[in-house]
Write a protein that binds this ligand. Sequence first.
Ligand SMILES: [Zn+2]
Length: 364
Amino acid sequence: MKLLRAMREPLKYVQGKDALLKFHEEMGYMGKRWLFICSRSGYKACHDKIEKSFEGTDDFRRYEVFGGISSKGEIAKMKKIVEEDKIDVVVAAGGGSAVDTAKATAYYCKKHIVVIPTVVATDAPCTGLSVIYNDDGSFNTYLFYPTNPDAVIVDSQVIANAPVEFLISGMGDALGTYFEGRASIRTESPSLEGTGITRSGLGLARLCYDTLRAYGSQAIKACENHVVTPALDAIIEANTYMSGVGADNVNCAAAHSFYNGLTSLGGHKASHGFCVAFGTLVQLVLEGVVKEEFDDVQGFCIEVGLPITLEELGITKDEEIRKIAENACAEGETIHNLAGDVTPDELYAAIIATDAMGKAVLGK
Ligand SMILES: [Zn+2]
């Protein structure tokens, strides 16, 4: 039987300047006892506004400043707090680690989960899965949840105050969404959540790309100057909602496999979004798209400062490229969602060609 098509998303998504001043107004229906799992910077950016939103209530609030990774040990620690303090709602305030720890804690304790992203660098806030690590920092597993978070609330001023690199990196992650989704639906591959892909999912992914193109460079200027404009708000929504919900409901393809291949080298510094952006260009070469489309995406990368050459990712040696190509094509990698499949040799060729076209544009 064919896979059933399905669409998943957070039950509630709230975004805007100073949105956290309305935290309680928007989320109060979920309970009276709150655990906030915050990164250090997340606590600083959000605490005062959240507290203000609780003025006049007698709700219980506990803040745990969290410096670790989403490991089994940290999750067990948070579970204990939820039980001892009879928490109703677990809230994440921070980047990926705080988000994944809070999601897992809420899931195991069967509590509500609210996510407050304080950077918009990845798809993590809106998706229905977490990356879980062992206590020594090595990868343990992907934890798939039956639903997406109860709510995601993004304070655009918090994002405007964060370093612009995160915003640009998030645009790189968002850049892959449409092209990877388009490739996945062509081969009727399952979505990231294991269901059939909907037209709605692909539509959102397309809107994500169009929004990036329309507002990317303007949003960067706003963020560099720590002000919220309609363009910045558009990119925050693209990076967080359109890309996160989009990716969840379509699937990844070669762009994310390129990232996985690259991280398999170990000790690598380039951000997730930077790798996905270059990986998107590589995927377009693999797919043999016409010049207009390739130039369009490459031009966007140049415009917003995403990498178009390997050198910008810190890759200089041929044996590294061979290894990336080999590992990106490992069994189970999403690159196999491409029509006609891909061999390491073909991927190697596409990486070299993408890099050469980047160098040509940069006059190198
Ligand atoms: Zn990603």
